[in-house]
Design a protein around this ligand. Structure first.
Ligand SMILES: Nc1ncnc2c1ncn2[C@@H]1O[C@H](COP(=O)(O)OP(=O)(O)OP(=O)(O)O)[C@@H](O)[C@H]1O
Ligand SMILES: [Mg+2]
Length: 589
């Protein structure tokens, strides 16, 4: 990189450096600080002073050392080779760096995000003479077993295609095409750069109209999220945020997963690294790493790279969205990201707002979630970015600023409940506090996919769950015996629903994932128990008799016994349930 000196270091405060004598710097410019050339970014410019956020440990850097400018904003490299990779918050490839230096990351270490030597097989789809617009597809490269990489025209290139290579093998730095533009020839490669803090352009925003199917019953059936939607998972310490994120990363029907481990413990990322390559995607039969990009900025890595990591993640996601893919991002945890923001702001001596967070915290949170969406791409395809952010409120108190602001900007909320987690009811997603605003958007999809009964059934079970809360209060006051059987049956059905449906064991091979067909059948079955059982009670059957039905034990076990391709066994259970209730009724008739 052609670095030029743009100023000198005046003061060092952890990851924040004040520089003076600055000339020729631009906002958000990527710079290298000091003799050891630590990677940094200009985040404030005033007169001849600049404030630089440094992405590495600044120990030993001294005042008077130079600042080198790059003339470019902090950007990521985009092209084939991202999938299956593991990066830090500013896209340094962690595995390669570890191989090279033996330690985790040496300071001033700079390895490019994309492998320069790897060869990709390119199949061109455009021809010489065609007019070139930003975002059009020049051809394809098989990036992984699963991903057909669409080689995109960068967003700033327009003109006539004057040259394109034939089908063959190329690296990401070889010229594959040339475009005659108004300002001259532009050579294109598989690779382009994009500044992480700026959203990539699209043709237009579409309405979200399809659910992201996660295989998690409480999510898909009760609090669904749309492809291109936003959701927060707030939860106190150890309530299951990471497990929920992992479940969605593993089993959801997104084409690509960008998993950002943001300030969490290193061992959680290690879990992902060891587990994902071995797990098989149930839809394609391929390893999950064939669709996953990991960004790791664990708690022991520099805070400023943590601050950048979510932008790096969302930019990579947008790049695949622009190729027409459905991408889902998990950020675990956005609270640690907000803490990084707070620390940096403190070191810059900015005026703190609520709980020491900077006043721009809500704007930053909003800007992040706004990058989600279902979009029409520049080439006319549809693609989406779904954002799933974990929030870890201190003490599990949802009234703190990060949770509260996040709630304003997301349209779904999977609230983790301490009491449920303590009772080992997993996932501990509260059915009372959680919500999803995507119901009306995705109802059409359910109708098209055999789920005509979904909306009605969902409402019915939600009503029962809400009735149960009030009944439980009565029970607390006067004991269960004061309630008539018809009301105790509400509690009975809800207990069955919680055990047989809502609880889902991530460690059980069958239970960890349920297709929508299985979810629909399970819900239908439990509601049949409610409908037919209520009728039977009206007809004089006692609750005790109902409760003793042998088939109930099998209903509780169906989630982990009946596999996804045996949904007809749930229908058989339903027939047996109806027959046994009929039998009870005949005794009373
Ligand atoms: N769906 C699930 N199935 C089985 N066990 C679960 C499930 N969800 C959570 N658990 C249990 O809860 C524990 C804590 O979950 P997890 O690590 O996801 O919590 P967390 O909210 O991310 O915690 P932290 O605040 O420490 O980041 C897990 O180790 C696991 O034992
Ligand atoms: Mg966690």
């Amino acid at each position: 990189m052609k670095d030029r000196i743009i100023g000198t270091i005046r003061r060092i405060n952890g990851p924040v450096i004040t520089a003076e004598g600055i000339s020729n710097a631009i906002m958000m410019e990527l710079v290298h600080a000091g003799e050891s050339r630590l990677v940094g970014e200009v985040i404030k410019l005033r007169g001849d002073r600049a404030i630089i956020q440094v992405y590495e440990d600044t120990t030993g850097v001294k005042p008077g050392e130079p600042i080198y400018g790059s003339g470019l904003p902090l950007s990521v490299e985009l092209g084939p080779g991202l999938i299956g990779n593991i990066y830090d918050g500013i896209q340094r490839p962690l595995v390669q760096i570890k191989e090279r230096s033996g330690v985790f990351i040496g300071r001033g270490d700079e390895l490019p995000g994309l492998d320069r030597d790897k060869i990709w097989h390119f199949i061109p789809t455009m021809q010489i003479g065609e007019s070139i617009e930003p975002g059009l597809i020049l051809g394809t490269v098989k990036e992984s077993e699963r991903i057909e990489h669409q080689v995109l025209v960068p967003p700033d290139v327009q003109g006539i295609l004057s040259r394109i290579v034939g089908e063959g093998d190329y690296t990401i730095v070889e010229e594959i095409a040339s475009v005659t533009t108004a300002t001259g020839e532009r050579e294109l490669t598989f690779m382009q750069r994009w500044p992480i803090r700026r959203p990539r352009p699209v043709s237009r925003r579409r309405v979200v109209d399809e659910p992201l199917i996660t295989g998690q019953r409480v999510i898909d059936s009760l609090f669904p999220i749309g492809k291109g939607g936003t959701v927060a998972i707030p939860g106190g310490f150890g309530t299951g945020k990471t497990m929920t994120q992992h479940a969605v990363a593993k089993w959801s029907d997104a084409d690509i997963i960008v998993y950002i481990g943001c300030g969490e413990r290193g061992n959680e990322m290690t879990d992902v690294l060891t587990e994902f390559p071995e797990l098989i995607d149930p839809r394609t039969g391929l390893s999950l790493m064939e669709r996953t990009i990991l960004i790791a900025n664990t708690s022991n890595m520099p805070v400023s790279a943590r601050e950048a990591s979510i932008y790096t993640g969302v930019t990579l996601a947008e790049f695949y969205r622009d190729q027409g893919y459905d991408v889902a991002i998990m950020a675990d945890s956005t609270s640690r990201w907000a803490e990084a923001l707070r620390e940096l702001s403190g070191r810059m001596e900015e005026m703190p707002a609520e709980e020491g967070f900077p006043a721009y915290l809500p704007t930053r949170i909003a800007e992040f979630y706004e990058r989600a969406g279902s979009m029409e791409t520049l080439s006319g395809k549809r693609g989406s970015v779904t954002i799933i952010g974990a929030v870890s409120p201190p003490g599990g108190d949802f009234s703190e600023p990060v949770t509260q602001h996040t709630k304003r900007f997301v349209r779904a909320f999977w609230a983790l409940d301490r009491q449920l987690a303590n009772a080992r009811h997993y996932p501990a997603i509260s059915w009372l506090e959680s919500y999803s605003e995507y119901l009306p958007d995705i109802i059409g999809w359910w109708h098209e996919h055999g789920g005509d009964s979904w909306e009605k059934d969902r409402q019915k079970i939600m009503d029962l769950l809400n009735r149960e809360v009030r009944l439980q209060q009565v029970v607390k006051l006067v004991g269960p015996d004061a309630l008539p059987d018809s009301q105790r049956f509400v509690i009975e059905v809800c207990t069955l629903f919680k055990n047989a449906f809502l609880q889902q064991d991530a460690f059980n091979d069958v239970d960890r994932y349920s297709t929508v067909e299985k979810q629909l059948a399970m819900l239908r079955l439990i509601l049949t128990y409610w409908d037919r059982g209520s009728e039977a009670i009206k007809g004089g059957v006692t609750l005790i008799k109902l409760r003793r039905l042998k088939v109930l034990a099998e209903i509780v076990r169906m989630k982990s016994v009946i596999t996804d391709d045996q949904v007809d066994r749930i229908d058989l259970l339903q027939v047996r349930l109806e027959r046994s209730i009929e039998k009870l009724e005949s005794v009373y008739a």
